[in-house]
Design a protein around this ligand. Structure first.
Ligand SMILES: [Zn+2]
Length: 211
């Protein structure tokens, strides 16, 4: 697997911190970690390939920019990629996720990044999230694939936002209100309490809109 295809923020974080990158991606240990943390990417791809006849929007709300996803679809106009994440000036992966990265060739304007600064709180996040949803609805996809990361919550060891679990209630409610088929994939989240409170709030929000 080529390094640029890896959309496993935490894997790369570990690799960088431990110096594995310096030893090359071919090391047995690195490959083992890749295979473990990249399961979500293959799920995402399956979601995409099962809808080859339609348009797909990927909404990545993991704390870390989805640079692998961005790379894969950067030249495509049938897959809209929208990512909200910690600003790369302050957050991993540090080199990608800027607003100016909007796609290439036919893919121009089909890649959108919303980097947010450290200490972002619920109100500000929700405003940006709703903007992202409006972009997606204008694109009118046949399915929305959501990369859901609980590492956006306050207290996550890899994130810097100050979001409370309540944000996931709003996120779930808004996603269901789009009335689009959803494929939800859990990505980051490195604080057990955050995963527990975030997931409970998310499903509560999802159920609020059901009649
Ligand atoms: Zn992450």
């Amino acid at each position: 697997m080529h390094f640029s295809e890896i959309n496993c923020c935490f894997l790369d974080f570990i690799a960088t911190r431990s110096g594995l990158r310096g030893r090359g991606v071919g090391s047995a240990l690195y490959d083992a970690v890749v295979s473990e943390y990249c399961r979500n990417l293959s799920v995402k791809e399956r979601g995409y390939f099962s809808y080859q006849e339609g348009k797909v929007a990927i909404l990545d709300i993991d704390f870390h920019h989805g640079n692998g996803t961005q790379d894969i679809f950067y030249n495509r106009n049938d897959v809209l990629t929208v990512s909200i994440h910690g600003h790369p000036d302050y957050s991993y992966p540090y080199f990608s996720g800027y607003e100016a990265e909007r796609g290439e060739g036919e893919g121009v304007d089909f890649n959108r990044n919303f980097p947010l600064p450290p200490r972002t709180e619920n109100d500000k996040y929700l405003r940006v999230f709703n903007k992202a949803i409006n972009l997606i609805l204008n694109f009118n996809p046949d399915i929305i694939v959501v990369s859901l990361g609980f590492d956006i919550l306050k207290g996550d060891p890899t994130g810097t936002f100050l979001l409370s679990p309540k944000i996931f209630e709003s996120i779930g409610k808004r996603l269901i209100s789009t009335k689009k088929p959803l494929l939800i994939i859990q990505e980051g989240g490195y604080n057990i309490r955050g995963i527990r409170s975030g997931s409970k709030a998310f499903f509560k929000g999802c159920n609020e809109n059901r009649t």
